[in-house]
Ligand binder design. Structure first.
Ligand code: UGY
Ligand code: MN
Length: 267
């Protein structure tokens, strides 16, 4: 009997490693963990109960075990969930990527509602609770506050799209800083936008550490001498002095949120 040959060469036009299959390929991940950087893509993110929090799973993506001085985690809050306090002396920054959370705090008169693209900075020791009636996802950055400056950090909330674009001489990206750029704060959170085809002009090498979540778009991230295709949902850790560079590709803008330690003497 004649064999059906119609699909015989189908791998040529539908290869296993085509973009549509890459996500599901058993054993395949774009994640890497190197001495001075890591890329942690969604299929590698492992969620487990967040100690003290109610009905919340979290994936710790950056911790001091890697050499970082901060933690970065994604917290996935189910319905009727709530947060716990960070350890003593630790400040917290939360940014809502999905859903909506309420925040009560001793230093706040009213409950604050945080929606997607909104954020809160909570100084070390400030009693507060984040809760969600439905489900919500947060990206959280925490570190032990390094005393400095002449004023105490304040608890505040904000909305990214209400912040001004800051000029960065020699660069084309749009930059928003979510914390005041004063010596009171020992880190900042940058939101950076690149249109397709735009890229960092400076091939950066600097003492600061970064934790990055790509919120929108896709492109190529250079870390050290490796070049990584990245897309929304990917997380990157950059150790001090790792050469870093980004170029936005695709058809939509790239936007990432980035932790950066600032305003402290590295000694
Ligand atoms: O501010 C920064 O260091 C930032 N431009 N770095 C980065 O995007 N990798
Ligand atoms: Mn940088």
């Amino acid at each position: 009997a004649a064999t059906d040959t119609s699909n015989m060469y189908s791998k040529v036009t539908d290869p296993t490693l085509s973009a549509s299959h890459l996500q599901d390929l058993p054993g395949f991940t774009r994640s890497v963990y190197e001495r001075d950087h890591a890329l942690i893509t969604p299929e590698s993110q492992v969620f487990s109960p967040l100690p003290g929090w109610v009905k919340t799973l979290a994936a710790y993506l950056i911790t001091p075990a890697m050499g970082a001085h901060f933690t970065m985690y994604l917290a996935s809050m189910a319905g009727n969930s709530s947060s716990a306090e960070p350890p003593a002396g630790v400040e917290r920054f939360v940014f809502v990527v999905k859903g909506e959370v309420s925040m009560t705090a001793d230093l706040l008169l009213d409950t604050a509602i945080l929606m997607v693209d909104e954020f809160a900075y909570i100084p070390a020791g400030a009693k507060h609770t984040l809760s969600s009636t439905f489900s919500a996802t947060l990206v959280v950055f925490e570190r032990r506050y390094a005393v400095g400056g002449d004023a105490a950090p304040q608890l505040f909330t904000g909305r990214t799209n209400q912040l001004p674009n800051l000029e960065t001489p020699g660069e084309v990206f749009e930059l928003r800083k979510l914390l005041p750029a004063t010596p009171t704060y020992d880190f900042n959170i940058h939101v950076m936008d690149f249109q397709p085809g735009e890229y960092l002009n400076v091939k950066e090498v600097h003492y600061n550490q970064h934790g990055l979540l790509l919120l929108e778009g896709r492109g190529i991230y250079r870390l050290g001498d490796k070049w990584y295709p990245v897309q929304a949902g990917d997380v990157i850790w950059m150790a001090p002095f790792v050469p870093q560079w980004y170029a936005a590709l695709g058809t939509t803008r790239s936007r990432y949120i980035l932790y950066k330690d600032t305003a402290r003497d590295p000694l």
